[in-house]
Structures are given as C-alpha cells and as structure tokens.
Design a protein around this ligand. Structure first.
Ligand code: SF4
Ligand code: SF4
Length: 418
C-alpha cells in the first residue's frame, strides 16, 4: 500500500477523552500476546488520532495494527475516562476500508466470505453439507490454510438432532410476548440452540410469537467497517420488529445483541430512524438476562452435574456488561460443581470473523483459552455466543482434547432443568 492521507473521520469528543494512563493495557488480549504498544488500546488510539489529524499516513503497517484489534472492547470496560473505543474503531475501519487497496485474496475473503457468505443463510446452507463431508473424511488438509480453518470451525450436526429441545409445563404463566432474533449463522448452524432458546424463554414465562428467520442484524458489517451495509441491515431488522406485537426481542448471540442494543448510534444524523432504533433497542434482551428470570422451582438440583466452567463472550461482558446473571444461574444449578475460569473475560480469538481474517493471532488466543480451560479440570464449558463455541471447540481439538464439551448456555440450561 502507498502512504495515504485520510480525511478527518473521528468524533474527537470520544477519542480526546483518552489520557494515556495505560490502565487498559493488561486487559487487551492482543497486547497480552504481542507485547507491542501498537497492538494495545492506547497505541491504537494514538494511531487513530494521528490518522484523523493527518500526522500519520495510512500504510500497511498502520492498517495491520488496526486490523489486529479484536473489537472485544475489554479496554472500554476498564477505562476510567469513558473512552468509547468501540465507536472509534468502527469509524476508523470504515474510513480505512474506503481508502485502502486490498490485495485480491484479502478482498475476496472480506467481501465474499465474511460479508456475503456468512450473512447469506441460503448460501451458507449450500456450503455446509460438503464442508461437513470434508471434515468427516479428513479432506480439509487439501484446502488453502484460511479456508481450511473456516471449514474446520463448522460444527457437525448433533447426533440426536431429530429430538428438538422443548419445555412443557402447564403452570408457567405467560407474562410477556417475545420475538426471537434467530441470526443468519445460528439459523443454519445452531438450529438446536435456537430451539433451546425458545424453550428456555417459555420456561421463563415468555411466549415467542415471531422469529426474524434469516434476517441479519448487521453486526459483522459494522465490526468490519462497512457501516452503510450495517445500517441497511439494521433498518430491515427494526422494520421487522416494528411490525410485530412483541414486548421483548430475545437474542442468543452476544455480538448481534450488543449491535442491536446500540442501533441508535448508526443513526446519529437521522432523527426519525434514531427514534425507531431506540424503540427497537430498548426491547432487546440477551438470553442470559431472560434465563435469570427462571422460576426457583425449576432450578432445583435434579441430577448430578459434571464440573463446569463459564467463558465470558466479549460482547456480552464488555459491551453489554452482563457477567453476574449467567454465573448466578449456573451456581444455583451446579453448586460446587461450578468453577471459575481463569482469564474468563479474555477473548478466545473468535471475535466475529477474526478467526478467519487473522488466523495466526486467533490461534494463539484460542490456545491460551484452551490452556486455561484444561487447568480448571472442567469437562463442560458454557458460553453465550456461537462464535466462541466454534472457536473454543477448535482450540481444544488442536490441543488434543476430545472430552471437554463446549455448549451454549441456552442448550445447557434447558437440559439442566428437565
Ligand atoms: S483508553 Fe482509557 S484506560 Fe486506555 S490509556 Fe486511554 S484513558 Fe487510559
Ligand atoms: S478492543 Fe480488545 S483487542 Fe482492541 S484494543 Fe480494545 S482490548 Fe485490545
């Protein structure tokens, strides 16, 4: 890439709040791995400001440090100055995307695989069967490295996929109606988890009256810097739920939920859409918030549970600040068989499409997560994001571990209360 001067793009009220204290450094997974200040929040903020005021030119090296950011927002959660790092990163990526010339393979990966394929359920459905076949027969070795990594992440169909998770109890009173954001990737690869989410919501007194089907919330596009496309997809999602009579919208993917809760930020220059976005966002609840309402009678210990731990999905703990509800639920059901995971809130390397676009660093973070899980002695890992599930399963497999189950909290909870 040549050296490119970027036009101003930052909201300086957000970026100038950084006082360079460095308190965020030890929370940043990429800094923990590389030890390079340019791969830390403080270093990246310095780069972003420099690009914004023209003192730093965009080069491959500068873009690499921004590309390596997971967007996990661990830095935002610990910042004493309230720096809105996530919003700054999206604005920076949006501007870089418009001014950089990507090499063809990188461009195809970003535009075709990440932004199109992953968010186009019919296309994904067509690709999944051959990918699963290649996994079963050990043929993934013939694929180029990045494609191989992607194919190896795809989960095999659960063996008992004919019996869908359900919940039947006549005494549960319906207290509210709910819509389900079923997710473009989840609706293809994690249908059972969506069923479990419906069943869990029913157990908590919600009647699911509508599902968003194949609609995409725009999170992947926003995180990649394609804000116009993210905005379009957000508008479709907002319109969809406006036309329903739901009290809440339940989401079981942390990255999608945090984007949907922050939809108003997409429309800072459009009062009408901002107001419609605010209305939609105010209804969004992560499934862990819903599960916290599970009646006490259902949480009574009915079976002996294996030693189980919990991994915090970044967009659940850092962006939505949800850490207590899943732990309380698990402790109530598991008692002493719940064990805390060291570095539970350090990103596993999934981060949306990060394990596809940055496989080397994603692999290092995945190995770090696997080592921490193995150290707990747990045989079950629960988390609340399908991206984390795929990444942690692949990381444990790479570490040679076959006997640790990685499950979504909706699947785990509905099974635990039966
Ligand atoms: S982002 Fe926040 S925590 Fe990090 S250096 Fe700036 S002010 Fe300090
Ligand atoms: S978003 Fe995550 S990876 Fe990026 S600078 Fe912040 S802590 Fe580091």
């Amino acid at each position: 890439m040549n050296q490119t001067q970027l036009p101003p793009f930052l909201d300086r009220s957000k970026s100038d709040a950084c006082i360079h204290c460095g308190l965020c450094l030890q929370s940043c997974p990429t800094f923990l791995e590389t030890g390079n200040e340019n791969d830390s929040p403080r270093g990246r903020i310095h780069l972003m400001r420099g690009l914004d005021d023209g003192k730093i030119l965009l080069t491959d090296r500068v873009a690499t440090h921004i590309d390596r950011c997971l967007g996990c927002r661990a830095c935002e959660a610990v910042c004493p100055s309230g720096v809105e790092y996530g919003a700054m990163l999206e604005a920076t990526r949006h501007t870089i995307t418009r001014h950089r010339t990507m090499r063809l393979p990188q461009r195809l990966l970003q535009k075709v695989v990440v932004e199109r394929m992953l968010t186009w359920p019919n296309g994904l459905r067509l690709a999944v069967s051959p990918a699963r076949g290649m996994q079963r027969f050990g043929l993934t070795r013939v694929l180029p490295q990045r494609l191989r990594k992607l194919v190896e992440l795809i989960p095999q169909k659960p063996k008992n996929s004919t019996s869908q998770p359900s919940f039947h109890q006549e005494k549960i009173e319906v207290k509210a109606t709910a819509g389900m954001m079923s997710g473009c990737v989840a609706s293809v690869l994690f249908g059972e988890t969506n069923q479990a989410t419906v069943a869990l919501a029913q157990a908590c007194g919600y009647q699911i009256i509508v599902s968003s089907g194949d609609l995409c919330c725009g999170a992947i596009h926003a995180h990649s810097g394609n804000l116009p496309e993210a905005r379009k997809r957000a508008q479709r999602m907002i319109e969809f739920f406006e036309n329903t009579e739901t009290d809440v919208v339940i989401v079981n993917a942390a990255g999608c939920g945090s984007t949907m809760k922050e939809y108003p930020q997409f429309f800072s220059n459009n009062a009408e859409w901002r107001q419609r976005a605010e209305q939609c966002s105010s209804k969004v609840r992560d499934v862990t918030e819903i599960a916290a309402e599970l009646p006490a009678s259902l949480k009574k210990k009915k079976q002996e549970h294996p030693r189980t731990t919990y991994h915090d999905a970044c967009h659940l703990c850092h962006a939505q600040h949800i850490t207590e509800q899943p732990r309380t639920l698990m402790q109530e059901i598991l008692g002493n068989n719940f064990v805390e995971l060291p570095e539970s809130d350090v990103c596993c390397g999934s981060a949306g499409s990060y394990n596809i676009t940055q496989p080397e660093l994603a692999g290092r973070l995945g190995s770090r997560k696997a080592r921490n899980i193995i150290a707990t002695g747990a045989t079950v890992v629960v988390t609340a994001n399908i991206g984390c599930i795929m990444q942690i399963r692949a990381s444990l497999q790479s570490a040679g571990v076959q006997d640790i189950q990685v499950v979504h909290i909706a699947d785990w909870a509905i099974q635990a209360i039966q």
